[in-house]
Design a protein around this ligand. Structure first.
Ligand SMILES: [Zn+2]
Length: 312
């Protein structure tokens, strides 16, 4: 079974960008929006063809507005997708808003999926440029000091330090561990399932994870997964669960709309149990890096999967 897990072809790595503040920088509670905005803005300046219809080799378009490929036929549940999954995730955490002083160190983690890893040098230059231009509401400037690659396997390696670039190692696909029959899923950032104001439905969460992994696999590997969504949905309804969740969130400042907008999602944890859990295990495992739900690129939908050993 392991040979056929969805992990078999999808590669990704996490990169930690370490900065030093030159000026005062306001980091909001939900920093994912800040990072995504700064990244997109700088990428457009440095790596865009500036055409109304982006050219096929435009890096901005590839990372930020990837063109929808011709996969809609025979794509099952994927056919209904309105948005193309972008190949990056800002791996932010929940932390209080803070004000950085000149000289303070701070960092952000960025996950790059599949081919996006090939452009890591351009992406480093982009975030370096973004920091030089200034981050956040007050546009406080910072200097990029170091970038470290954290592959899923293997050792961390420095890719950038003291204005020098180093070569990244080739990435290995993830091998999924043996499935468990009981697990706890702990939501680290709000998981937005598009159900704000409704009650938590575990099938919606589980199928959301399957869908997310399937979409990324479909668009970023040469081996789309053969997923029976209908059957998995039935399996999901048979999994025993206990949800200790609440709807929470952040305020996010949108510089484009010049306003503060709420970011909603589920927080807390969900206990899952049943033989059917095995079918979801590879997806749930991968989702820990890939996140799930809406606005994953800004860091929403981050969770941890913990195997639970039950007393017999
Ligand atoms: Zn372009």
């Amino acid at each position: 079974m392991l040979a056929e897990t969805p992990a078999s072809r999808l590669t990704f790595a996490e990169y930690r960008f370490l900065f030093r503040a030159i000026e005062v920088i306001e980091i909001p509670e939900f920093s994912g929006s800040l990072w995504r905005g700064a990244f997109g803005h700088a990428l457009k300046q440095l790596h865009c063809c500036q055409q109304r219809l982006h050219t096929p080799d435009c890096l901005y378009a590839r990372l930020f507005e990837p063109p929808m490929p011709e996969v809609r036929e025979n794509a099952g549940i994927l056919r209904s997708t309105g948005t193309f999954p972008v190949p990056y995730v800002f791996r932010v955490q929940r932390q209080p808003a803070r004000q950085l002083q000149p000289g303070d160190w701070f960092s952000v983690k960025l996950l790059l999926v599949a081919q996006a890893n090939q452009y890591v040098r351009a992406i480093i230059e982009t975030l370096q440029h973004a920091a030089r231009q200034g981050l956040g509401k007050g546009r406080g400037r910072a200097r990029l000091q170091e970038v470290v690659q954290w592959p899923v396997y293997g050792n961390a390696s420095v890719l950038y330090a003291d204005d020098l670039f180093f070569r990244a190692a080739a990435l290995e696909p993830l091998i999924c561990p043996e499935p468990a029959t009981a697990a706890r899923v702990h939501f680290l950032t709000p998981v937005n399932l598009g159900d704000h104001g409704e009650s938590f439905v575990v099938e919606r969460f589980l199928m959301g994870v399957v869908r997310r992994v399937s979409l990324l696999h479909r668009f970023y590997t040469d081996a789309p997964l053969a997923v029976d969504f209908g059957q998995l949905k039935q399996q999901a309804s048979r999994i025993h669960h206990q949800a200790n969740v609440w709807s929470g969130g952040w305020q996010r400042y949108s510089s484009r709309q010049q306003s503060v907008q709420p970011v909603y999602g589920w927080l807390g944890d969900v206990f899952l149990q049943g033989a059917e859990l095995a079918d979801f295990w590879p997806y749930l495992h991968l989702g820990q890096w890939l996140h799930t739900g809406k606005s994953t690129n800004m860091g929403l939908g981050r969770y941890e999967l913990q195997r639970v050993i039950l007393d017999s």
